[in-house]
Ligand binder design. Structure first.
Ligand SMILES: [Zn+2]
Ligand SMILES: [Zn+2]
Length: 334
């Protein structure tokens, strides 16, 4: 089979030919149809994740058809179309797993990081993290919902916002354009914060009531003119821009960060105390709930499709924020 590999830390993607892997015990073999290209895939190149070994195939927004079952994979069938996201398996031994809170597993497998992911014609996945893909969604549409979609919907649902509240979405790319659509469907009054005028028309078309161009105005001041945002969901990887948004939160407002960024933020305690504001991070979400919500509300990602051979082009367009709005590798029909 063909697969993309990163051979060592800092190396480029390389297209290789390798044996189709054999599913063991609780694993299944997937014939991959589509795999989204996520900012989290940069970890495989950068190499700063515990347990990451090389060579490694990235990709954690994977939709495929089950081609073969491991000996213990009872409740799935060959031919079923399924998806797998960031969560690649539970440890069954940590405090969370013992309590049955598998979603909070303290030593989970990460798809495309601790195991080979979906930038390949075939991959093995563990049966406990598979999600059935509804017929209403194509593989290319469903793939980004498994990480970008689950993360944004999970962040919205985990927050304290309720229908009618003003919220803001900082950054309008792969995560931001899904966060906006979900927020609108949840009945939230939604502001999009982005640099430049370029994205305003699309943001409004997707339901944004307010568009804040940070080239022209200060986002926190604009939000305070409207009474402050009950929550701001930060999807743009820029710690300085995120820090400044604290001043745009209403009383009890939440700043929720859903983007991978390493630089420290600068927020003074008094900024939080004055209005009982909080800052938190969020990652992951329930993939089955996300697919269900997407079908119910007709929210789908806007994608640019690339063949497997062009994974590097797709990745570079994602990293330089040129892609509209999610890059997806289409690897086979189905
Ligand atoms: Zn991701
Ligand atoms: Zn665990």
């Amino acid at each position: 089979m063909k697969a993309i590999q990163v051979k060592k830390q800092g190396a480029d993607f390389e297209l290789v030919e390798k044996e189709i892997p054999e599913p063991r015990g609780h694993e299944v073999l997937l014939k991959v149809h589509a795999c989204g290209v996520c900012h989290g895939d940069a970890i495989v190149k950068q190499g700063y994740f515990p347990g990451l070994q090389y060579p490694r195939t990235p990709g954690h927004e994977v939709v495929g058809t089950i081609a073969k079952l491991g000996s213990e994979s009872h409740y799935w069938k060959v031919g079923q179309r399924v998806g797998v996201g960031w969560r690649g398996g539970h440890c069954y031994r940590c405090n969370s797993c013992i309590r049955g809170e598998f979603w909070a597993c303290e030593s989970p497998l990460a798809t495309g990081i601790s195991t080979d992911g979906g930038y390949a014609e075939y991959m093995v996945a563990r049966m406990e993290v598979l999600t059935a893909i509804p017929d209403e969604l194509s593989s290319v549409e469903a793939a980004p919902l498994l990480c970008a979609g689950a993360t944004t919907l999970g962040a919205l649902k985990s927050s304290t916002v309720k229908g009618g509240d003003l919220i803001a979405i900082q950054g309008f790319g792969g995560l931001g354009h899904l966060a906006l659509q979900f927020a609108v469907k949840l009945g939230l009054k939604t502001a999009v914060i982005s640099r430049g005028e370029e994205k305003e028309a699309l943001a409004r078309k997707l339901g944004a009531q307010i568009y804040i161009d940070t080239n022209k105005v200060k986002a926190s001041e604009e939000l305070m003119k409207l009474g402050g945002a009950r929550a701001i969901f930060c999807t743009g990887p820029n710690s300085k821009a995120i820090s400044e948004l604290v001043e745009g939160l209403s009383r009890n407002g939440q700043l929720i960060i859903i983007t991978f960024v390493n630089e420290p933020m600068q927020i003074s305690p008094v900024q939080l105390m004055r209005a009982v504001r909080s800052v938190s991070g969020w990652v992951g979400g329930n993939t089955a709930d996300t697919l269900k919500f997407s079908v119910l509300t007709h929210v789908v990602p806007m994608v640019e499709v690339f063949p497997l051979e062009q994974a590097s082009v797709a990745f570079d367009r994602m990293m330089t924020a040129k892609v509209h709005f999610r890059a997806v590798l289409k690897i086979s029909e189905g």
